[in-house]
Structures are given as structure tokens and as C-alpha cells.
Design a protein around this ligand. Structure first.
Ligand code: CMX
Length: 136
């Protein structure tokens, strides 16, 4: 299994505009990128803490995954993302080990990473993302 580190934590917020100042002014982090991921119906803002990132997620559509999450559970931790080496092989392996895949094969996520999600119902309630940097 090729998990190397926690790549990022995804945090659902109602508004990037109101959440970013908390991370910058209170925690002293720097927002280094804001990017819309239209396919996921989110706008994202990124901060670095060591080699791990914080990804703030604002929904652009109430029917998107983050819109539905906020409606049901409110703002908060939405997913954990592990960096892996060999994303497709890792997906095949976790599927063999009984995990339900949301994505059977990788697709493009924010920052040009190849990503795939595991269903929270088979990962003890934690929506889990696996991601691989195609340039490494
Ligand atoms: N963490 C834990 N549980 C979650 C969850 C999350 N983030 N999102 C949904 N759930 C739970 C719900 O609470 C619900 O549980 P109950 O049945 O017990 O009520 C169940 O999953 C089904 O939820 P739903 O609101 O009916 O939503 P869907 O089944 O339509 O979708 C999911 C859920 C996880 C399959 C969908 O959100 C998904 O495909 N997520 C992956 C993509 C994604 O999250 N993209 C946004 C981030 C993109 C990025 O980082 O770039």
C-alpha cells in the first residue's frame, strides 16, 4: 500500500470570503491559491502547514457534494486526503479489501492532482480521498 502522507484536509465552509481571514489573521497561514473545480461544484482555497495542506471548500451549487454536506451537517471537516504512490493499484487493492469506491478510476482534482474518493459508509464515516501527483 503506497500511502505516503496526509496531502490535505478538506473543510466545508459556507463562504471562503468569511473563512479565509480566520486562517490568515488568527492562525497566521497564507492562502496561496483559490481555484474553482466546476466538476465538483466547489470553489477551493489552499493553505500549507508543513507538507500538509488545508483545503477550504465553498459550494457553488446546493445540490453538489459540499452543498448537501453543509445542509445536513453544517460547516466542518469534510474529508481527509492521503497522498499515494500508484493510485490505480491502491484503488484496486482497497476495493479487493472490501471498500466501496466512489471513483473506480482516478479523475482530475484541484492543483492538477489525480484523485479518487472512497465512500464514507465503508471507511468508518470519514470521506477519504486518495491523490497522486502526476508530475512525481
Ligand atoms: N463525510 C462523511 N459522511 C458523509 C459525507 C462526508 N463528507 N458526505 C455525505 N456523507 C454521508 C451522509 O451523511 C449520508 O449519511 P446517512 O445516509 O447516514 O444520512 C450519506 O453519506 C449519503 O449522503 P447524501 O447527502 O445522500 O449524499 P450522496 O450519497 O449523494 O453523496 C458522497 C455522498 C460521499 C457519495 C458524495 O458527497 C461524493 O461523491 N463525494 C466525493 C466528491 C466530493 O466530496 N467532492 C467535493 C470535494 C472536491 C475536492 O476536494 O476537490
Amino acid at each position: 500500500m503506497g500511502l505516503t502522507h496526509i496531502e490535505h484536509l478538506g473543510i466545508a465552509v459556507k463562504s471562503l470570503e468569511t473563512a479565509i481571514p480566520y486562517y490568515e489573521t488568527v492562525l497566521g497561514l497564507k492562502c496561496y491559491a483559490v481555484e474553482e473545480v466546476a466538476e465538483q461544484k466547489v470553489k477551493t482555497a489552499f493553505f500549507k502547514v508543513g507538507q500538509t495542506k488545508i483545503e477550504l471548500l465553498e459550494s457553488t451549487d446546493p445540490e453538489g457534494p459540499v452543498g448537501k454536506f453543509i445542509e445536513k451537517k453544517g460547516e466542518g471537516v469534510h474529508h481527509i486526503a492521503f497522498a499515494v504512490e500508484g493510485l490505480q493499484e491502491t484503488l484496486d487493492l482497497v476495493a479487493e479489501r472490501g471498500v466501496t469506491l466512489i471513483d473506480k478510476s482516478p479523475r482530475k482534482g484541484a492543483e492538477g492532482l489525480n484523485i479518487a474518493f472512497l465512500h464514507p459508509k465503508s471507511t468508518f464515516g470519514v470521506l477519504t480521498e486518495l491523490c497522486e501527483d502526476p508530475n512525481k
